[in-house]
Design a protein around this ligand. Structure first.
Ligand code: ATP
Length: 282
């Protein structure tokens, strides 16, 4: 099972019940094994992406506080080789960043060809927190949906696939996770009292997310709605969806531009040559 992309301009609604595991997802040991298999494949395909060199991929992770963005990076992208990974997190913009257009800092972190990039929060904050907290006038954030679509189309045209996951947690589950951060001393560093202000604005954020997901899910840069109340189901669904997207790129190991047989013979004839393996076809 994998996630389906949200249709462009679909009427997206984000009730809490969509944060619960959907029907048809494996459970228990079966879920664990299916996730392990998918992650294995993702690891292989990422290696191919790196070797192939004709494409790149950008994965955007968005979600409310404690929706599991960090956990997803650890679990799902932990299956990838760090060599071909580029992870970037976007917090409150610095003074310098605020002196530029909102895409400036983002564009610099976009992965190049052969890399798998992951954004922990992204340019979408500029139509989410900026809208909800009134950081810019309405006219400014309203224009950004089209600007974001144009930006992402530019990336796609340059060979960088864009995949966006919204980690949807219910209000109750978020409350449970925030309480855990307060109650467990080793998790307190993750708590920010400002998270409670955003929680008080739950409905405003819901509306802002609904608009972003509907207006900015395009065939080339789709949004996926991830039911994220159950962390294991979240990882499974993201891994499967990522696996499918990488597979769709038809990645190939490049043909060597040297004479394999000649190099082999030279290696075997040289000083300190390894013994010829018994099972190699002539
Ligand atoms: P968690 O989701 O686990 O709680 P976090 O993503 O909140 O962690 P932080 O670095 O503490 O991690 O928070 C980032 C903060 O930066 C968020 O409150 C987010 O809304 C804010 N932020 C990100 N981008 C922007 C932006 N463009 N304008 C204003 N605030 C932003």
């Amino acid at each position: 099972m994998h996630l389906d992309p949200i249709a462009h301009n679909a009427r997206v609604r984000l009730p809490d019940k969509l944060a619960h595991p959907p029907r048809g997802v494996p459970e228990g040991l079966e879920l664990e094994e299916a996730t392990a298999r998918a992650l294995d494949r993702v690891g292989d395909l990422q290696q191919r992406l790196y070797a192939d060199g004709r494409y790149g991929m950008l994965v955007v992770l968005q979600g409310r506080d404690a929706s599991g963005k960090d956990g997803t990076i650890r679990k799902v992208f932990g299956a990838c080789s760090p060599l071909g990974l580029h992870i970037a997190a976007f917090g409150v913009p610095s003074t310098i960043e605020r002196g530029h257009d909102f895409l400036w800092r983002v564009h610099q972190q976009v992965p190049g060809l052969r890399y798998l990039g992951v954004f922990n929060r992204s340019h979408y904050e500029d139509v989410l927190v900026a809208r909800v907290r009134g950081l810019v006038p309405k006219k400014v954030w309203k224009a950004r949906y089209d600007q974001i679509n144009a930006f992402e189309a530019t990336l796609t045209a340059a060979g960088i696939s864009v995949l966006k996951f919204f980690l949807h947690v219910s209000r109750e589950e978020q409350g449970r996770r925030l309480l855990e951060r307060l109650d467990e001393p080793e998790k307190r560093w993750k708590f920010d009292p400002g998270d409670l202000d955003d929680r008080d604005r739950w409905d405003d954020y819901t509306e802002a997310y609904e608009d972003a997901l509907s207006r900015c899910s395009t065939p080339d840069a789709p949004w996926f709605l991830v039911p994220a109340d159950d962390k294991r189901v979240r990882d499974y669904l993201i891994a499967r969806t990522l696996q499918r997207a990488l597979k769709g790129l038809d990645l190939r190991y490049p043909e060597p531009d040297y004479d394999v047989a000649e190099c082999r013979a030279r290696l075997l004839a040289g000083k300190g040559a390894p013994p010829e393996p018994a099972d190699v076809a002539p």
